[in-house]
Ligand binder design. Structure first.
Ligand code: NOJ
Length: 573
């Protein structure tokens, strides 16, 4: 009873702070990789009708915003992120009418949709680039970055994120075009006001279809240092050189003025190369740019700089340091996103948890982390049932252009396929792109036919159908954790304090809003740990709100005997 009253009071307190209260702070986002979510027409590829059929499922998890990875027409060199036409839906997913029906049905179920929009580059097959390539005098030439080579060499030493030089020469000329990603993803010249207007018109087209915002793919790269200096060959991450160009904030403010101020939207920047020094410029409320960016240093914690195929050991102290650092954005009247994975990273469970003995506990502990942290939580499809990494036997089974390019290069250095595959098993993006596991039926219930990418064989025991039946499943725990966040404003608007930043295996933090305080204690290791609450926390009465072990009995004293990956959320009384 006490809890109910206090929640009501809190909700009132928050609703008094109207200007601070925003729907995009309170929502829980569910990110979908449409190609692998649900196939409805038996072509082995996920589509809009598939998503439509699963809206009730998504609503049952408790998410209320869907973020769709790129859905636009594309030759699929980099699966959907090389856009041929921004106003056309990729035919694999359906038609514009199907999309409109999806938005409308989702709206009726209380779900908003945001779209992932690659604005830094188009496909080489886009009509703008086709015109620019065919005719140096075309007005479209200036839509991209061109430079003459010198002595048969590219204009500078910039490398692309997807292996190889970032400049490609046009056949039959000395002109090179710039591409920070694959050579079929040409960088747009945002210095050209016409390019910016084109993008704003495209955004308006989709906003007027009723979407609630965008994830802006590659946003930190839209402005470049056009002196094009060679960069040092050192071990810094490539993004350090390319991100946060001189005009980026001017462009984002212009985007707001010309367009976004007319809509109540959520704009999420892909944060590659954005760190806490420059993040406030992107997300402080008064700057009117974006609402949130992804903390990339958290997503890349286990990745060595400039070496996609290496592995870097990480520890919880670093992890906490990164989280705590980003949470200081709150001091800048700013907001942020919190996530541990998406379609560009291996599975969250495989990286931060334990796929084996402690699969259940660790997946639930990570859910507890995401849903009790500061910032808007992004859940990635399949994490809510504990999907894990894949191991294909041959490089040919992988679809990712990054994997293919890297293998081509490494083969020249006599790297064997099996050695290469070991690295892909840990780092490859396709780990998170395998078809969603709906049931233990053929093709994991994803499709009636063979799917575009093989399903993970563990679908026989990791699938929605089984998890729905089991009250203690990962899925049912997610539902509880999402609900906890949604009914308690403290998890959204509460202050955040790490109460023990130097503990090597336990992440313990407090959220506080008005008179309400909650304490989250997470054992990030497989070791049972006796965790002792210090002053003043040891003196509070506690009531357990959530725990990932069902047989947990209330412990009264200051000592918490945490089992492997145990997660507890308390209200402090
Ligand atoms: C980020 C996207 O999330 C990723 O999938 C894509 O490959 C790159 N940007 C390039 O567009």
């Amino acid at each position: 009873m006490k809890d109910q009253v206090s929640i009501q009071e809190l909700q009132e307190q928050v609703s008094n702070q109207q200007s601070y209260k925003k729907w995009w702070k309170e929502c829980v986002v569910y990110q979908i990789y449409p190609r692998s979510f649900k196939d409805s027409n038996g072509d082995g590829i996920g589509d809009f009708s598939g998503i439509l059929a699963k809206l009730d499922y998504i609503a049952s998890v408790g998410a209320n915003v869907l973020c769709l990875c790129s859905i636009f027409d594309s030759p699929n060199d980099n699966i959907g992120y090389d856009i041929r036409d921004y106003r056309t839906i990729h035919p694999d997913f359906g038609t514009l009418e199907d999309f409109e029906a999806l938005v409308e049905t989702a709206r009726k179920k209380g779900l908003k949709i945001i779209l992932d929009l690659p604005i830094n580059h188009t496909s080489t097959r886009h009509v703008w680039f086709q015109a620019a390539q065919q005719n140096p005098n075309s007005p479209y030439r200036n839509y991209y970055h061109w430079k003459r080579g010198e002595n048969g060499k590219p204009p500078n030493n910039w490398q692309s994120f997807f292996v190889g030089n970032a400049w490609t020469k046009l056949d039959g000329s000395d002109d090179y075009y710039l591409h920070l990603f694959s050579k079929t993803q040409v960088d747009l010249n945002w210095e050209n006001p016409q390019v910016r207007q084109e993008i704003y018109r495209i955004m308006r087209f989709w906003l007027d279809k009723g979407i609630a915002g965008f994830r802006l793919d590659g946003v930190s790269f839209i402005s470049k240092n056009l002196d094009l200096p060679n960069h040092l060959i050192d071990n810094r991450h490539l993004a350090t050189y390319y991100a946060n160009g001189p005009q980026v904030h001017q462009y984002l403010q212009e985007m707001h003025q010309e367009l976004l101020k007319e809509y109540d939207v959520m704009m999420v920047g892909e944060g590659l190369g954005i760190d806490l020094k420059n993040a406030p410029k992107y997300v402080s409320d008064e700057r009117k740019e974006l609402q949130m960016v992804y903390p990339f240093d958290l997503l890349e914690i286990d990745r060595p700089k400039n070496d996609f195929y290496g592995v870097r050991m990480w520890n919880l102290l670093e992890f906490k340091h990164i989280v705590n650092k980003w949470n200081r954005l709150s001091e800048h009247n700013a907001w942020n996103a919190i996530m541990l994975g998406n379609h560009d990273f291996p599975r969250m469970l495989s990286r931060f948890g334990d796929e084996g003995t402690h699969r259940q506990a660790s997946a639930k502990m990570l859910a507890t982390f995401l849903l009790t942290q500061w910032g808007t939580p992004f859940l990635y499809q399949g994490d809510e049932i504990g999907m894990s990494n894949i191991r294909f036997n041959s490089v040919d089974d992988y679809k990712d252009v990054w994997v293919k390019n890297a293998y081509e290069k490494l083969k020249k250095y006599n790297v064997t396929e099996s050695a290469f595959l070991k690295a892909v098993y840990t780092n490859g993006r396709d780990n998170a792109r395998t078809p969603f596991q709906w049931s233990d039926e053929a093709n994991a219930g994803f499709s009636d036919k063979e799917s575009w990418m093989s399903v993970n064989a563990n679908y026989e025991y990791i699938n929605v159908k089984d998890e729905q039946k089991d009250a203690n499943s990962i899925l049912n725990y997610y539902k509880k954790a999402v609900r906890l966040r949604k009914v308690n404003p403290t998890f959204v608007y509460g202050d955040y304090v790490d109460i023990d930043p130097y503990h090597e295996t336990v992440f313990a933090y407090k959220r506080k809003l008005g008179d309400d305080s909650v304490l989250v204690v997470l054992n990030f290791s497989r070791k049972p740990t006796l965790y002792v609450l210090e002053v003043p926390y040891r003196f509070y009465y506690r009531s357990l709100l959530l725990c990932n072990y069902t047989d947990r009995e209330e412990e009264k004293g200051p000592e918490l005997s945490l089992r492997p990956y145990e997660a507890r959320v308390y209200r402090l009384l």
